[in-house]
Design a protein around this ligand. Structure first.
Ligand SMILES: [Mg+2]
Length: 426
């Protein structure tokens, strides 16, 4: 069962934790106390909840999933990670170019408010720059770097929401989350936590009676079965287990426990700190968010992840009013949550199909020199997204061209089939 309040809670809660932590992201604990008092930061700095790249990229994850569902229906589907990559490419545009972009895939990229640089992660920027130049993106099987930064996990929560209450099994959405992180972060500790977070969020969003502890345990068990041969799986699971144990040990205060888990700059630590805070303060969202950001590490990411979890647990209505007031892009986040909630997710999608673009066979269209057709191993054709515009349909975006080419007056199916057969026989 889907629950709209939990969908909104997850996205807005994540943004709230991000915004609270963004003001102190690069500050030491002594500087935080000196600036905000012994209790640390408890309300948005200067009364304004400015979100950072964590929330921006989460929003583009949501947009990429919605784009994937749309493309699935129009035929020719390359797997959700591919569409998430296209959406991240749009985010890259918002960080490196002026509004408006010449070309984009998702509606978010048409909003001038998204064109704000909030300490964007360098790993994501360089991986996406490479993707836009070469069309090559990272996967679990083909890793493009060795980064275990938390940039992969801090944007993964929407994957759990999108597949909540659908026929797609939870292990499959876990893999999609892992792949969405591996687009830019190649180290196991960069993408394994994304699978865990999506799993936790999905269970919390599906079931009103779900607890964080049970969701964490279920996610851990599934991860151990999904990736038994990945060298870092045990390391990831050990850190989560440590977070669970520390949360139960009330003799250890929050900050001491967080120090034992790490600073959160890397993926497994960020998730562990967020899970610790969510478990330690499982009945108090405000306390959980405050604990998650008041440390000397990556406060906005640990805050964002903790907010995703607590928001999915309690729902939007339970988020304290001060965290909803003056929160940047609040209405857009709610609208995205509604779109994820209302998404008609294909039940029969082979959703984990994730080929590297350059592993796919490509050939130019026989009738339209402006596009490139990609043929998947099962024979499905799709546009590679490399083309600019179709000569016959200049208003179409590249990915629309393929499905419309059959209507092109210049289209010659025989000629294309011959070219295709020629290509395949070589
Ligand atoms: Mg950030």
């Amino acid at each position: 069962m889907r629950n709209l309040d939990k969908f909104k809670g997850c996205l807005v809660g994540g943004a709230a934790g991000d915004a609270l932590g963004y003001a102190v992201e690069f500050l030491s604990e002594s500087t935080i106390s000196a600036s905000y008092g012994p209790g640390g930061i408890t309300r948005y700095a200067n009364g304004r909840g400015l979100i950072s790249d964590d929330t921006q990229m989460s929003m583009f994850t949501a947009a990429g999933l919605l784009l994937g569902a749309e493309r699935f229906k129009s035929g020719g589907f390359a797997g959700y990670p591919y569409y998430i990559a296209l959406s991240y490419g749009d985010w890259y545009g918002t960080q490196t170019a002026e509004f408006p972009l010449k070309r984009s895939y998702v509606p978010l990229a048409k909003m001038p408010e998204m064109f704000s640089r909030r300490a964007p992660g360098k790993t994501s920027l360089s991986a996406l720059s490479h993707f836009l130049e070469s069309h090559e993106y990272g996967t679990i099987e083909h890793r493009i770097n060795h980064s275990k930064g938390c940039g992969g996990v801090m944007r993964a929560a929407p994957v759990g929401l999108f597949f909540a209450g659908t026929a797609i099994p939870v292990w499959e959405s876990d893999i999609i989350a892992a792949q969405s992180a591996a687009l830019t972060h190649g180290h196991g500790l960069g993408w394994l936590p994304a699978a865990l977070l999506a799993h936790i969020v999905r269970l919390l969003a599906e079931d009103a009676g779900e607890t964080v502890l049970h969701a964490v345990e279920d996610a851990s068990k599934t991860l151990a079965g999904l990736f038994p041969d990945i060298r870092h799986t045990n390391q990831m699971l050990a850190r989560i287990k440590k977070a669970v144990d520390l949360a139960a040990n009330l003799e250890i205060d929050d900050l001491t426990a967080i120090h034992k888990l790490g600073e959160g700059w890397v993926g497994d630590e960020a998730l562990a700190v967020a899970v610790f805070c969510a478990l330690r303060h499982s009945d108090d969202m405000e306390a959980a968010l405050i604990a998650a950001v008041n440390h000397g590490g990556d406060s906005d990411s640990t805050g964002a992840i903790c907010g995703n979890i607590m928001g999915a647990l309690f729902g939007y209505d339970a988020i304290p009013a001060p965290f909803k007031t003056n929160l940047e892009l609040h209405d857009t986040l709610c609208s995205l949550a509604e779109q994820l909630y209302g998404a008609d997710v294909p039940a029969d999608s082979y959703a984990v199909e994730t080929k590297k673009a350059d592993e796919m066979e490509t050939l130019p269209c026989a009738t339209c020199r402006f596009r490139t057709i990609v043929t998947l191993p099962d024979g499905t054709a799709l546009d590679s997204g490399r083309g600019s515009t179709c000569a016959a349909y200049p208003d179409l975006k590249p990915l629309d061209v393929m499905s419309d080419c059959a209507h092109c007056p210049k289209y010659d199916r025989e000629q294309e089939t011959a070219a295709r057969n020629d290509f395949h026989s070589r």
